[in-house]
Design a protein around this ligand. Sequence first.
Ligand code: ZN
Length: 176
Amino acid sequence: MLRELHQELGIQADYGTATGQPVFDEASDLVDVGPNLVGRMQRLTPDAARRWADMVRAAAGDEILLLIVSGFRSYQYQADLIRNKIDAGQLISDILAVNTAPGFSQHHTGHAVDIATPGSRPLTEDFENTEAFQWLRAEASRFGFSMTYPRDNSWGIIYEPWHWSLSQASQQTKNQ
Ligand SMILES: [Zn+2]
């Protein structure tokens, strides 16, 4: 299915090996965690949803508002994002500098959240200047979340201070 999607979108067959990024399985067990800023319902795995709710509550206790921009994304949804940009006239090479190919987004796992807070434009580096970001740096690990793409990360992916995911360690703890 991924191969077909990639072919249809004009993504080169060696995309994964060329970028060194892992393929992520698509989560199937998902629960609603509330709508995002534009009213689209977001979903996470039950474990991630519980941890996210706990973290939002704890942040609120410190007068920090954590808002979800994006949780789970299916392979098909990631393909639609790219297809819309192709239809708008963008080149696939330019699109892939910003969006990962279907199969390679950590959002497929249902363990990753893009986080926003009032006073900062969503999905911009400016998020690192917010109190919410400082709070996450100090507290998110207590809930099992870590920043996947810090500055100069080994994946070669742009710095994404807004993208947090359950760390491997917390998932292993869950499975034990
Ligand atoms: Zn993200």
